[in-house]
Write a protein that binds this ligand. Structure first.
Ligand SMILES: Nc1ncnc2c1ncn2[C@@H]1O[C@H](COP(=O)(O)OP(=O)(O)OP(=O)(O)O)[C@@H](O)[C@H]1O
Length: 239
């Protein structure tokens, strides 16, 4: 069975008459990086929000590591899923230092272990010397790494990233992309990220292409580049 296993997800926003996700099956293997890619409005962020527990699908099933999070009877809310999240704007607490931002997510852990883990994750993202700084004293790329460290700190098993590269300038994007891959692979987390940029696919083990709320194609980046299913996929890949 897949580490993340979802079946027939349907989702519609409350004030809308249209399904934003239609019959979406989404799977991911343990320790792999999956990219969700598609045009603006195709439902990428909505799918990520459903995996996180921030939105409730009208229909469908979701299990992570054999634990049912959504089915006809069960809905496990966001705070009980233990999933790490990194949002577009990094969402660091501005009034807390880097250290306190990271400790925040480990409030149930013993102080000593939490401090040790904070150093460990800051080391992983090469930000150890910034431990006492505040978010406004960091560049966009550094804030992104702190946000990543915060999400990784409790060892969540699954980490979700919404457009992790979109706020960085083009020069930085390539560098951070490769760093992110190394960090995620070192941590062993199963990672899902949303993107609209085909260049981001180079760090993915698997790709899921969405169009108008439907999964059009899934596979390794090489598979998809070699055998694009239709014109839409070609368009997304820029080929
Ligand atoms: N809160 C909301 N209420 C109603 N409709 C919404 C809401 N949020 C998003 N939508 C609609 O749902 C659809 C999918 O949105 P979503 O944000 O998931 O797309 P996306 O692929 O992530 O887009 P982008 O690349 O622009 O971020 C869009 O048509 C959008 O207008």
């Amino acid at each position: 069975m897949n580490y993340i296993d979802s079946k027939s997800l349907y989702f519609r926003y409350r004030n809308s008459t249209e399904d934003v996700l239609k019959n979406v099956d989404f799977n991911a293997n343990k320790g792999e990086i999956t990219a969700i890619i598609g045009e603006s409005g195709s439902g990428k962020s909505t799918l990520l929000r459903i995996l996180a527990g921030l939105e409730v699908p009208q229909k469908g099933e979701l299990a992570i590591n054999d634990r049912v999070l959504i089915d006809e009877e069960i809905f496990i809310p966001v705070e009980k899923r233990g999933i790490g999240m990194v949002f577009q704007d990094y969402a660091l607490f501005p009034h807390l230092s880097v250290e306190k931002n990271i400790l925040f997510g480990m409030n149930k852990m013993k102080k000593e272990s939490a401090s040790k883990r904070t150093c460990e994750v800051l080391d992983l993202v090469s930000m150890k010397e910034f431990i006492k700084r505040y978010p406004h004293e960091l560049s966009g790329g550094q804030q992104q790494r702190v946000a990543l460290a915060r999400a990784l700190a409790p060892k969540p098993g699954v980490i979700l990233l919404d457009e992790p590269f979109s706020n960085l300038d083009a020069n930085l994007q390539g560098k951070i992309r490769n760093e992110l891959k190394t960090i995620l692979k070192t941590s062993g987390e199963t990672a899902i990220f949303v993107s609209h940029d085909k260049d981001d696919l180079e760090i993915a083990d698997r790709v899921v292409i969405l169009n108008k709320g439907e999964v059009i194609q899934t596979g390794t980046p090489a598979d998809i580049f070699e055998n694009p299913k239709n014109e839409y996929v070609r368009h997304i890949l820029g080929i």
